[in-house]
Design a protein. Structure first.
Length: 239
C-alpha cells in the first residue's frame, strides 16, 4: 500500500489523520485543476488520486469543488504573500526574497499553471476568486517595487511587475512545454538550481543592481547545494 493510500484511506479519522488527508486532497486537486481546469475535473477523480477509499469523505474537508479550488489557491499564494509583505518592511535582500518565493513554487509547482489556466479558460466566477487572491499580492508587490527599483519611471512599474511574474512563475507554468522542447525535466533539482541562479541574475539586472552579470568562483558549489535544497523541498512537500 502506498503512503498516500495508507494515510488517507480512512477518510480522515482523527486530528492528525485529518490534517494529512486534507493536504493529500489539496495536492491531488492542485495537479488536477492545473492539468484540466475547474470544469474538467471531478471531485471523485481528486478523491481517488488522493487515496480516499470513500470519495464522499472529501466533503468532510471541503463543502464543494469551488471551496476546494479556493483552498488550493490560498495554500499556494498565502506563503508568497507573506514573503512579499516581509520584503516590503525592508531588510530583506532581493536574493533572499527570490529564494523564498522560488521555494514556495518548488513546493507547489503546479500552482502557476493553475493560475494561467484559470485566467484563460475557466469561468468568470473563478477568475473573480483568483483575482481576490492575487489583487492584494499585486498591490503589495507594486509598493515594494516602488521602493526598490532604480531607473524605472513609476508608469513603467506595472510592466516591470509583469516581467517579474513571467520570470518567476512562467518557468513553472510552462514546465510541460519546456520538457517537450528541451528534452529534459525542468523540475529536476539540477534544472531548478540553474533556474534559481538565472533568476537572481536576471532580476538583479532588471531592478538595476550592481554586479548582476558577474559569477563567483563558488557558483558550481552553490548550484549543487541549491539542487540538493530543491530535492529536499520537494521531498518535504510530498511527506
Amino acid at each position: 500500500m502506498s503512503r498516500r493510500t495508507a494515510t488517507a484511506g480512512n477518510g480522515g479519522n482523527g486530528a492528525g489523520e485529518g490534517r494529512a488527508t486534507r493536504d493529500l486532497i489539496l495536492d491531488a486537486a492542485e495537479q488536477h485543476f492545473a492539468a484540466r481546469g475547474f470544469a474538467g475535473v471531478s471531485l471523485r477523480a481528486i478523491a481517488t488520486d488522493a487515496g480516499l477509499k470513500n470519495p464522499a469523505s472529501l466533503y468532510t474537508h471541503f463543502r464543494n469543488k469551488r471551496a476546494l479550488y479556493e483552498s488550493v489557491l490560498a495554500r499556494g499564494l498565502d506563503p508568497i504573500s507573506r514573503v512579499i509583505a516581509l520584503s516590503g518592511r525592508g531588510g530583506q535582500a532581493p536574493s533572499l526574497f527570490l529564494d523564498r518565493v522560488f521555494d514556495c513554487l518548488i513546493a507547489h509547482p503546479h500552482l502557476p499553471r493553475l493560475i494561467q489556466r484559470a485566467a484563460l479558460d475557466d469561468g468568470a466566477h473563478l477568475r473573480t476568486a483568483l483575482t481576490a487572491q492575487l489583487r492584494p499580492l499585486y498591490g503589495t508587490g507594486m509598493r515594494v517595487l516602488a521602493g526598490t527599483t532604480r531607473g524605472w519611471p513609476r508608469a513603467d512599474l506595472p510592466h516591470v511587475a509583469a516581467g517579474l511574474y513571467q520570470l518567476i512563475f512562467g518557468y513553472f507554468a510552462n514546465a510541460t512545454l519546456l520538457a517537450a522542447v528541451a528534452h529534459g525535466d525542468p523540475l529536476s533539482p539540477a534544472a531548478l538550481a540553474r533556474q534559481r541562479r538565472f533568476l537572481k541574475r536576471a532580476v538583479a539586472q532588471l531592478l538595476g543592481a550592481n554586479g548582476a552579470g558577474k559569477r563567483g568562483a563558488n557558483d558550481l558549489t552553490a548550484d549543487a547545494a541549491a539542487a540538493q535544497g530543491a530535492a529536499d523541498i520537494r521531498t518535504r512537500a510530498r511527506e
